[in-house]
Design a protein around this ligand. Structure first.
Ligand code: PCA
Length: 327
């Protein structure tokens, strides 16, 4: 009786071991860092992307999302993918403008200020971005814009001069340069740190989307949202090419198919966000302001100056991009 019980137990144990090994032998898990919090529509979109991949591959490829900069800090994500510490990740495309100005085209003030133009700009920018990333062993999977960027302030802003000396939250070098140009005092702050930066007085104004403003409860520290629709910057999802090639053909195809769907869905989500999140700002007592012609004229003047500098630093590739965009 005793030996029979033992035998049964051993059979169970070896069956369990078999199950564990057969389950993990071919299944792969990819860690995917993003700088943005869970409730961001971009993060919801990449979660759906991960679910689509898992479903299409019958669980052979799982993508585990690490949100709000919890695995890698925002400025480190691109190099973590490049170095193979993670196979895939999401970041703000124009953060790479220090490598090549072409990466920053979508953050140029007043170059593309609505979804139709943003789409045209991405079509012109994409082949160059693909080529530049390919040279680093990276492959872009999809890119999705944030809603048009607006101005959040404590006081009403009627002209550019009203921004003088204001402590300003920035998220990339281009916004920092823009803030400096209009006389504000910029500081870099990542999205998860926005409420803290306002609460401690480190910053007192920002330019960002209705999404990020509403998600960070802007009404707690500002009273005016001026709808300047200045640009539509993008997030990009990038994969390490070596990691991608390790997948079998079918799994690779599943990733590409889910990525194409994510890009389409993401643009739709972004458009929907614009009105929805502006309404939430309003419901919570923020004054939604149409910018004065004088303010717009001043901001656009600064934007035009920046575009000239951008053209100089973007060289032949930048010129080709602008030509393709303006055609
Ligand atoms: N939200 C992100 C990027 C642009 C946006 O709308 C941010 O504020 O950092």
């Amino acid at each position: 009786m005793k030996t029979r019980g033992l035998k049964f137990l051993l059979t169970c144990a070896s069956f369990l071991v078999f199950l564990i090994f057969s389950g993990t032998a071919s299944a792969t898990t990819w860690d995917m860092p993003t700088p943005y919090p869970d409730k961001t529509f971009h993060t919801q979109n990449i979660s759906q992307f991960a679910a689509d991949v898992e479903k299409a591959t019958g669980g052979e490829l799982k993508i585990k999302i690490h949100s709000a900069g919890s695995l890698f800090k925002h400025p480190e994500i691109k190099n973590a993918i490049r170095g193979g510490q993670v196979p895939i990740g999401e970041f703000f495309l124009s953060l790479l403008s220090n490598e090549n100005a072409v990466f920053g085209a979508d953050s140029q003030p007043f170059l593309a200020t609505n979804y139709a133009d943003a789409e045209k700009l991405w079509t012109a920018q994409k082949p160059i971005v693909e080529k530049l990333l390919d040279a680093q062993g990276l492959m872009p999977l999809f890119a999705v814009p944030w809603p048009p960027q607006g101005l959040y302030t404590k006081k009403a802003i009627n002209k550019v001069e009203d921004l003088k000396g204001i402590k300003f939250r920035a998220y990339n070098a281009t916004l920092e340069a823009f803030a400096n140009l209009v006389g504000a005092a910029p500081t870099q702050v990542e999205v998860p740190d926005i409420p803290q930066a306002f609460a401690t007085g480190r910053v007192e104004a920002m330019i960002t989307s209705p999404s990020t403003g509403a998600n960070s409860k802007a009404w707690d520290y500002i009273s005016y949202y001026t709808d300047i629709q200045a640009w539509l910057p993008k997030n990009i999802v990038v994969v390490n090419k070596r990691a991608f090639r390790k997948l079998d053909q079918q799994t690779q195809q599943a990733v590409l198919t889910a990525a194409a769907a994510a890009e389409q869905r993401g643009w739709k989500m972004s458009k929907k966000e614009t009105a929805e999140k502006t309404a939430i700002l309003k419901e919570n007592g923020v004054n939604i302001v149409t910018p004065s012609p004088e303010l717009m004229e001043g901001l656009k003047k600064a934007g035009a100056e920046m575009l000239k500098d951008w053209e100089k630093s973007a060289g032949a590739e930048g010129a080709a991009l602008l030509k393709a965009y303006q055609n």
